[in-house]
Ligand binder design. Structure first.
Ligand SMILES: *Cc1c(COP(=O)(O)O)cnc(C)c1O
Length: 223
């Protein structure tokens, strides 16, 4: 099947229509994304700033670009003019930089807070305590150019379904706690970005509103 057919097929058969697909096109050439775009799907995710900027410049301007990778503060400026959603906000410092770049671009930047839910040490993310610490601060309340839309997380890379499920449940718990404590009056705080090619089925069952899928749609990546 072509990439375009893969995407149509995935949208039709694999996820409910209220779950948003972020087609993860990292490492794939612009030609492949143009092919994918033929499916009518317009939401793509990248994890490297330079690659994201290159692809943005070369491809149709009605594509919605999501930054799903770890974000360095000094690179926010390159994507701030056009990025639709930054999934990996894992520090208050980064959030403040995003706010500053949002102001410069006269935009309100949509962001997700990334939480560390996996067993692996290497995966980035906040814990509840860290997040609560800045969310309750006066300094946070003054940030007018960021819009926190929800949470993001990555489960442990494992075959063990029970582990994955319990980690996704933890992210949902965090989402609900934050919603209750800090965002009860914020309608836009509604997104749970979780699930990749190997675990999206569990993520959808557990309440994902966005899944980030690469290899199933585009084939395996060669690094
Ligand atoms: C690469 C990546 C994905 C997609 O991974 P696949 O296993 O190819 O579906 C999802 N989320 C993040 C943060 C990624 O870096």
């Amino acid at each position: 099947m072509s990439v375009s057919e893969n995407i149509k097929d995935f949208l039709k058969n694999e996820i409910p229509s209220n779950v948003k697909l972020i087609a993860v096109s990292k490492t794939k050439p612009v030609e492949t994304i143009m092919e994918a775009y033929q499916s009518g799907h317009k939401v793509y995710g990248e994890n490297k700033v330079q690659e994201l900027v290159d692809k943005y410049e070369k491809l149709s301007k009605d594509i919605e670009w999501h930054m799903i990778g770890h974000m360095q503060s000094n690179k926010v400026k390159y994507i701030a003019p056009f990025v639709s959603l930054i999934h990996g906000v894992d520090s208050f410092k980064l959030l403040k930089v995003i706010n500053k770049e949002g102001r410069k671009n006269n935009r309100v930047m949509d962001c997700l807070l990334q939480f560390h839910i996996a067993k692996e040490e290497t995966k980035f993310g906040l814990d509840m305590e860290e997040a609560a610490e800045f969310l309750k601060s006066e300094e946070f309340k003054k940030l007018e150019h960021v819009n926190i839309c929800g949470v993001m997380g990555m489960a442990t890379f494992t075959e063990n379904e029970a582990t994955i499920r319990s980690e996704f449940k933890e992210l949902v718990y965090i989402f609900n706690e934050l919603k209750k404590t800090f965002f009860s009056d914020k309608e836009h705080f509604k997104e749970i970005s979780m699930g990749m090619s190997n675990d999206y089925k569990i993520a959808v069952e557990e309440g994902a509103t966005m899944v980030r899928i690469g290899s199933i749609l585009f084939g395996a990546r060669n690094y």
